[in-house]
Design a protein around this ligand. Structure first.
Ligand code: ZN
Length: 120
């Protein structure tokens, strides 16, 4: 499953970041996923639950920001929303466009859990 390898990749990056910042637990992880990133959200969420089950990440709040795809027409410069890569410009019908957003697949932020200290 393609989504599982995406999840494993995210968890690996998050793990490296946590190590770098001496964090043991994450309170929240925010992801950005573009509508053209080729991620099936149900499969992604299922893979996520499977991957974090029984780990410290199981209690980490996961927030996904879905980024709608937008393109700019190379003919008339109109910016428009697209559902797939080969959507013609609604103004002039041109198929050549520059993708502005929609292929994102990245970690937006990680929130470290507040450190608890035990006083003797
Ligand atoms: Zn156009």
């Amino acid at each position: 499953m393609h989504e599982l390898s995406l999840v494993m990749n995210i968890l690996e990056i998050a793990g490296e970041q946590m190590k770098a910042h001496h964090a043991h637990k994450l309170e929240r992880i925010e992801l950005e996923i573009g509508s053209l990133a080729g991620v099936e959200m149900d499969a992604f969420n299922f893979a996520w639950e499977a991957a974090v089950g029984g780990t410290d990440m199981a209690v980490t709040e996961k927030i996904i920001h879905q980024i709608p795809a937008k393109a700019r027409c190379l003919e008339c410069n109109l910016e428009y929303s697209i559902d797939h890569l080969f959507s013609p410009c609604p103004n002039c019908g041109e198929y050549l466009n520059e993708l502005l957003q929609g292929k994102e697949m990245r970690i937006k932020s990680l929130t470290k859990k507040k450190k608890k200290y035990n006083y003797v």
